[in-house]
Design a protein around this ligand. Sequence first.
Ligand SMILES: *[C@@H]1O[C@H](CO)[C@@H](O)[C@H](O)[C@H]1NC(C)=O
Length: 297
Amino acid sequence: MALGLQRPWQVLAGLLLCLCIGRWAEAGKVLVVPMDGSHWLSMREAVRELHARGHQAVVLSPEVNMHIRAADFFTLKTYTSSYTQDEFDSLLMSHVHVHFERVHFLTLFLKAMTILKKGTLMFERFCEDLLYNKDLISHLNASSFDVVLTDPVYPCGAVLAKYLSIPAVFFLRSVPCDLDAEGTACPNPFSYVPRLLTTNSDHMTFFQRVKNMLYPLSLIYICRVSFTPYARMASELLQREVSLVDIFGSASMWLFRGDFVMDYPRPIMPNMVFVGGINCAHRKPLSQVSRSRELEV
Ligand SMILES: *[C@@H]1O[C@H](CO)[C@@H](O)[C@H](O)[C@H]1NC(C)=O
C-alpha cells in the first residue's frame, strides 16, 4: 500500500528530472574564438543572444588585445601571449598612421606591406600561443564543447576546432581570395560574381570581366602571407598534410553578416546562411529633425 502511494511521487520526480535534464540537454557549450577589433563587436552580440537562449559561451583571447573584455554573458579565458600590450598598441597605431602619411604611393604601399606582415606575424604568434599551450589545450579538450564559433578571417579558431575534433560554425562578413567558395567547392563564376575592389556589378562587359579576373591576382600574395602559417600549424598538430582549402572547408555552417539587399547575388552552398542586419540590434529611432525632414520630402 505504502509502495503504491510512493509511486506517483516517484513518477512525478522522474518527470521533473526529465524536464530539467531536457532543458539542459538543449543548451550547448560554445567555444568562441573571435577576431579582435570590430569583428569581435559584431560577434559579441551573437554571443549575448546565445547566452539569452541558455547556452554557455567561453571566449578565448590572448591576454593582449584590443576590444575583448569580460562580460556577464560569457566566460573569458585568456592565455599568455608572446607580445606585450605596448608592442600590440604600437603596431596598431603604426597601421593607423600609415594611412595619413603624405608620401609617394610606392613608399606607402611598401610601408603598408611591412605593417601587414608584422600584423599577420603577431596573429600567427597569438595562435601558436594558444595551440601549443598544452595545459590550455587539454583543459579545452576535457571541457567537451559542442561547437566552435569563430571568424575564419582569423583561421586559428578553425584549426583549433579541427584539432579538438569539434564542429565549427563560421561567423563572418567575408574572407579574401574567395577562400569561402574554394573551401566549399561553391560555384563562383568570374563572368557574373563581382570580385572584391573591382567595383564591377553582376552585369559586366567583356573588359570588366577581364578586370574581374585580373584583380584577384593582386590579393593572392597577401592571402598567402597571411593564411599559409595556419595550414602549417594544422599540418604539424594533426600530423598530416592540411591545406588552406581543408581549413576553410571544415565549417559545418557559414553565417554571413550580409544580405543580397546590399551585396550582389551569387551562388551559395546549403550550409551558408545570411544573417545580415544582426549588427542592427540597437536601432535608434530617427531624431525629430530627420523625421520632420522626411515628412517635408
Ligand atoms: C582529447 O582527448 C581525447 C580523449 O582523451 C584524446 O584521444 C585526444 O587526443 C585529445 N585531443 C587533444 C588535442 O589533446
